[in-house]
Design a protein around this ligand. Sequence first.
Ligand code: PMP
Ligand code: GLN
Length: 389
Amino acid sequence: MDSGRAVTSKLPDVGTTIFTVMSQLAHETGAINLAQGFPSFEPPKGLTERIAWHLDHGANQYAPMTGIPALRRAIAEKTLRLQGREVDVETEITVCTGATEGLFSAIQAVVHAGDEVIVIDPAYDSYEPAVRLAGGITRHVPLRIADDGHDFELDLQRLEETLNTKTRLIILNFPHNPTGAILSAADLDGLADLLRGTDILLLSDEVYEHIVFDGAAHLSLLRHDELWERTLVVSSFGKTFHATGWKLGYCIAPQTLSTEFRKVHQFTTFSVSTPMQYGIADFLDSDPDFYLRLPAFYQEKRDQFCDLLEGSRFRLKPARSTFFQIMDYADISDADDLSLCKRWTQDIGVASIPLSVFCETPFTGSRLRFCFAKDDATLEEAARRLRSL
Ligand code: PMP
Ligand code: GLN
């Protein structure tokens, strides 16, 4: 019996996240878990060795609130190298507890009561609750489905129609989870045109920054001089180093925005695990090309998974980014995506994620998301089961 006192919930309609629900169901049923996004392989040895070394060599007390200088320097070097943006190591980079904390702190820092915040559907599930806790109101703008029926794209016209004088922030997430959509140079310019003369800020969730395929480049909002002035970019080492459990991320923003970000960050978490920061800084220095090899690494997995699904009744086009493959089951079932992904977890033993739960007005139809960050044997067995449908 729960003897706790009743409380007026600040998030009355919020339940357990779909990632936890599906992982639990996969666990209970013994299904292959292609639902929650996490790799089935380990971080690089050179990295874990450096972390272990620092654990044994005195890196066990509080780190500076903004992150250790060596890690901020390594992030600055990476940012200059890949996005051509020179950022100030002291004032414009903050290490945070995974992207989740970075996103939460950024939203609390800039959203005031009554402000409108635009999210792009399908929208990662942590954005809206954070906006509501800040007293903001979320407006949803769906991605557009391209003429090929597979790709998703930013819909600048719908975005423009939704902007108004109350709009304070737009939250973007490219490379996009779950659809794999990426931004083009024209999208960045179009966004700059839309926002010119306004005070609207941008929060860019770029946790899949290093996982973009087929020779495409990740165009960070950091690249664009006009957008950069109004942008907080949040990223995570979880995806880059096959270590989602480490919860290590960072926020890059111009000084004025970083100052506000840090005011919240220092009281959300204060500082981030010290030995992890030293270990990652060492590794980024000693193997600065590790993240450059990620696209090829994951593209091979994507291609393997898609090849294994040849002959299945799913419709799919290989993902353009991230480690998620969208598959359309219209030729197999007319059930809704949430019930179907639960049913298939139980019946065929493969768990996936429905897309409709990330949309205010579901528009993604009969599409499910499958994570292909898995070893060969797991992908082979999962594909065998999916082909049997
Ligand atoms: N944003 C997106 C789009 C994600 O997919 C994830 C997690 N996979 C996060 C944020 C959270 O990242 P972290 O685990 O570093 O908090
Ligand atoms: N971001 C991960 C995904 O998309 C899940 C993170 C979580 O479980 N909260 O699957």
